[in-house]
Write a protein that binds this ligand. Structure first.
Ligand SMILES: *Cc1c(COP(=O)(O)O)cnc(C)c1O
Length: 433
């Protein structure tokens, strides 16, 4: 089997995510035959370092022997069971562990099977909890430049025009308040002042504020100070609206703490987790909430008061086994502490790019490093060019337009991180020759 034989067949029957398929007439899709640690290998033996954790999901490498073992064990016992009226040990253990790990007060776990679905769950729960108290609030607030997924509800509360604009007539009501423009406390305070102004005018219509804590991912890895979250949570409580923390990307150590909300010392009303939850193995997501929200729905059976939401694969047992194995690895290897060294290596790597004429700025939050370019015409699709140049050097990165970022699995070494930065540097040198 060759790369070409697979990719040609692929082009006859597949339609890939977030892709203009015609692009692949000139640049073939890459078929991966196996994964091992941070490496992906194609059918011709070329290896690629997975510098973006396969779309931000993989934490401990591909085909991790420990997680593999736990999933195989589960496979021989129970692959899946309906989660209405039934439960299984894996999901009970996982929920107990998440309650212990998450900010104090998040005591209830509601599962779905991908990030966007979990965002839908949180939006519906928030609206419904208010409604159960006789309060009709059908408006959500999010930050400018935010991303919360691509199903219609999740898309509605996002603010990335590229994904949203076309579907505008289909969306539910949401408004945006400015996100902090940089990582300073001043920028956080400015954004808070605007948010407070909005609340003074319209808080009675608003169900919840939804945010990506500390880093806005798909919007271009925009980073801000935890002070914003602390203040925003306080304002939400003051004005009686819910605070939804979408930690789908930043959860599980990405920002340097297990959850980004820890850095702001807040407990959101809803915490949404997915991506890293299963170590990048299987689709699973969870919405964690408080006993107080849970209480709004707890009563003698009443179809209007109950949260009658479900997905077929809710709480899949194999996914829970992968999630429990992932949490084992966090404990056993003291991952959050160990990542500090990697995080310093990312910081060192970024230093090489400071002062280059095509670099606007570099920034970092924990295990995410960013090189933002400037001076390129969007029509040039500079990100695509850099992606391809780096693939040629055995490195998988996937810039968001002019934003190059590195978000590696936690099992990478500082040496291997260096290889990623070497590839980016030499790609930039080729571009600007
Ligand atoms: C990826 C992502 C989502 C959507 O999750 P999917 O599993 O891709 O549906 C939502 N919010 C954030 C912050 C994300 O990074």
């Amino acid at each position: 089997m060759t790369n070409k034989s697979i990719s040609n067949r692929d082009m006859n029957v597949l339609w890939h995510p977030c892709t203009q398929m015609k692009d692949h007439e000139t640049f073939p899709i890459i078929p991966i035959s196996r994964g091992n640690g941070i490496y992906l290998e194609d059918f011709e033996g070329n290896r690629y370092i997975d510098g973006i954790s396969s779309w931000w999901v993989n934490l401990f490498g591909h085909a991790n022997s420990y997680i593999n073992g736990k999933v195989k064990e589960q496979l021989d016992t129970l692959e899946h069971v309906i989660l209405a009226g039934f439960t299984h040990e894996g999901i009970v253990v996982l929920s107990e562990r998440l309650v212990k790990l998450a900010p104090e007060g998040l005591t209830r776990c509601f599962y779905a099977d991908n990030g966007s679905s979990a965002v839908e769950v949180a939006l519906k729960m928030s609206y419904h909890a208010h409604r159960n108290r006789g309060d009709n609030r059908a408006l959500f607030v999010s930050l400018t430049n935010s991303y919360h997924g691509e199903t219609l509800g999740a898309l509605s509360v996002g603010d990335v025009a590229l994904y949203k604009e076309t579907y505008e007539p289909l969306l539910i009501r949401s408004i945006q308040t400015p996100s902090p423009c940089d990582q300073t406390v001043e920028a956080a305070n400015e954004a808070i002042a605007q948010f407070e102004r909005l609340l003074r005018e319209r808080s009675s219509e608003i169900a919840a504020l939804i945010v990506e804590p500390l880093v806005q991912g798909a919007g271009g890895m925009v980073m801000y100070h935890p002070h914003f979250l602390t203040q925003a949570k306080w304002l939400c409580s003051e004005y009686g609206i819910h605070f939804i923390a979408d930690e789908i990307m930043v959860g599980f150590g990405r920002t340097g703490t297990m959850f980004a909300c820890e850095q702001a010392e807040i407990t959101p009303d809803f915490l949404i987790l997915s991506k890293g939850l299963t170590g990048g193995y299987l689709p699973l997501s969870v919405v964690m909430t408080t006993e107080s929200i849970y209480g709004e729905f707890y009563c003698d059976y009443n179809p209007y008061r109950s949260f009658l939401h479900s997905h077929s694969y809710t709480g899949n047992a194999l996914a829970c086994a992968a999630a429990n194995a992932t949490l084992d690895l966090f404990e056993k290897n003291r991952v959050i502490e160990a990542n500090r060294e990697l995080s310093m290596a990312i910081s060192d790597g970024l230093k090489r790019f400071v002062g280059r004429k095509e670099v606007k700025e570099t920034r970092q939050c924990g295990m995410i490093g960013v090189i933002e370019l400037e001076g390129f015409d969007p029509k040039e699709r500079i990100g695509v060019t850099i992606h391809r140049l780096c693939l040629g050097k055995g490195i998988l990165i996937r810039p968001l337009g002019n934003i190059i970022y590195v978000m590696p699995p936690y099992v990478i070494t500082t040496g291997e991180l260096g290889l990623i930065f070497d590839a980016i540097e030499s790609a930039l040198n080729e571009l600007t020759l």
